[in-house]
Design a protein around this ligand. Structure first.
Ligand code: SAM
Ligand code: SF4
Length: 346
C-alpha cells in the first residue's frame, strides 16, 4: 500500500486521509436462519443476549445523528436482518429520517417471498441477495440449512416488488468456481447484476484457506473465457458508491447485449481502501471504522449512560479521525480479525 500524508480532520466525517464518509452499514442482529460455512463456525457460536442489541429507538437516534454528519445511505445487514422482529416498522422509521436518501439491505433472501412487497412499501429501495450456487445440494451444504428454491422465489419477489436487486456470491475455489458463468447468466436473465466477493479471512482465519481464494483477475478470466469476450471496466469512474468494481462484457461474442455486467468486490487482491466511504455499526452498537480490525467504539454505551447527541457526535468524529489507511488482511489468515463475519455483517 502506498503511504499517504495523514491530514487533520477537516470536516465532520472526513477521515485523516480525506475520505468522506457517507455510507453506514447497520447490523440488526448477529443471529441468522442460515449457517454459512465461510461466515460462522459450526459449533461454539455465542450470540449476544437480546438486551445487548440496539433498540429501534437507539438505531433511529443514532442514524439521525449520522445523517446530520453526512451519511446519506444506510445498508441493513446482520446476521440476517429479516429475522429481526418488526423489521417492517424499523425500515419505515429509518426511511423517514431526514437526509437519509436510500435504505437498502443485504439478505440471504429466505424471507423475501413473503417480505419483499411489504419491505418495498415500508421504504426499502434495494436488496443485495446472497446466492453462491444454483445447485440445491451445494447450497444446502454451504449454508448448512438453506433452501435454494425459497431464495430464488425471494429474488423474483424482490424484482416483482420493484426493488433494485443485485446478487452476491462469495467466490470459492473447489466450491462454486465452475458456476461463475452460470450465476452470471442466471442474474442477467433477470436483468440483475451479479457480484462476486473475494473470500475474506475473518474468524481469526479459521474459516479461511488460501487454497480456496479466487482472485478478482481469476474471476474475470473465468467469465471472459466462458463468454469469449473481453471484460472492460464499467464503473463510470464512480468508486464512491460501494466497494464493487464493475466490468462489462465487450467484443463480438458478447452480442452487444446490454446489461452483461458484473461486479467484483476484490477486498483481497485489488483492495479499494483508498476510496472507502463507509462505517459499520454492529448489532450491539459498536462503531467499526474498518471490517478488518476488531477495535470499536461503543455508541450504545454512550446512549445508555445518558450521553447527549453531542457526546455521540464527538465519539463518531473521533472514531472517524482514527480510521486506518487500509486493511491488513493477510492471505495466510495471520493477523486476521477474530470476529466472525456474521457478527458484523460484511
Ligand atoms: N445474511 C445476509 C446475507 O447473507 O446476505 C447479510 C449478512 S452476510 C454476513 C453479508 C455478506 O457477507 C454476504 O453476502 C456473505 O456472503 C458475505 N460473507 C460472509 N462471510 C464472508 C467471508 N468470509 N468473506 C467474504 N464475504 C463473506
Ligand atoms: Fe447468515 Fe448471511 Fe452469514 Fe450466511 S452469510 S450465515 S446467511 S449472515
Amino acid at each position: 500500500m502506498t503511504s499517504r500524508l495523514k491530514l487533520p480532520v477537516i470536516a465532520p466525517l472526513t477521515d485523516g486521509f480525506a475520505r468522506r464518509i457517507s455510507y453506514l452499514r447497520i447490523s440488526l442482529t448477529d443471529r441468522c436462519n442460515y449457517r454459512c460455512t465461510y461466515c460462522m463456525p459450526e459449533e461454539g457460536m455465542v450470540f449476544r443476549p437480546r438486551a445487548d442489541l440496539l433498540t429501534f429507538e437507539e438505531i433511529e437516534r443514532l442514524l439521525t445523528i449520522f445523517a446530520g454528519l453526512g451519511v446519506r445511505r444506510v445498508r441493513l445487514t446482520g446476521g440476517e436482518p429479516t429475522v429481526r422482529a418488526d423489521i417492517l416498522e424499523l425500515v419505515s422509521r429509518l426511511a423517514a429520517i431526514d437526509k437519509i436518501e436510500r435504505v437498502v439491505m443485504t439478505s440471504n433472501g429466505h424471507r423475501f417471498p413473503e417480505l419483499a412487497g411489504p419491505l418495498a412499501r415500508a421504504g426499502l429501495a434495494e436488496v443485495n441477495i446472497s446466492l453462491d450456487t444454483l445447485d440445491a445440494e451445494r447450497f444446502r451444504k454451504l449454508t448448512r440449512r438453506g433452501d435454494l428454491t425459497r431464495v430464488i422465489e425471494g429474488i423474483d419477489a424482490a424484482l416483482a416488488a420493484g426493488l433494485t436487486v443485485k446478487l452476491n456470491a462469495v467466490a470459492l475455489k473447489g466450491e462454486n468456481d465452475h458456476e461463475i458463468a452460470t450465476l452470471c447468466q442466471f442474474a442477467w436473465n433477470r436483468g440483475i447484476t451479479p457480484r462476486f466477493i473475494e473470500h475474506m479471512p475473518m474468524s481469526d482465519g479459521q474459516l479461511y484457506s488460501v487454497q480456496q481464494q479466487l482472485s478478482a483477475s481469476e474471476i474475470r478470466g473465468v467469465v471472459a473465457s466462458h463468454f469469449g469476450c473481453e471484460l472492460v471496466p464499467d464503473s463510470d469512474g464512480d468508486t464512491t458508491l460501494g466497494p464493487s468494481r464493475y466490468w462489462r462484457l465487450d467484443g463480438p461474442a458478447s452480442g452487444a447485449k446490454p446489461g452483461r455486467r458484473l461486479g467484483i468486490i476484490s477486498a483481497m487482491s485489488e483492495h479499494f481502501c483508498d476510496t472507502c466511504n463507509r462505517l459499520r455499526l454492529s448489532a450491539v452498537g459498536e462503531l467499526h471504522t474498518c471490517l478488518a480490525y476488531d477495535d470499536a467504539t461503543s455508541l450504545r454505551d454512550i446512549l445508555r449512560a445518558g450521553g447527549s447527541d453531542d457526546d455521540v457526535r464527538r465519539s463518531i468524529v473521533d472514531a472517524v479521525a482514527g480510521k486506518r489507511e487500509g486493511h491488513q488482511f493477510q492471505l495466510t489468515g495471520d493477523g486476521a480479525p477474530m470476529k466472525h463475519m456474521i457478527a458484523i455483517g460484511g
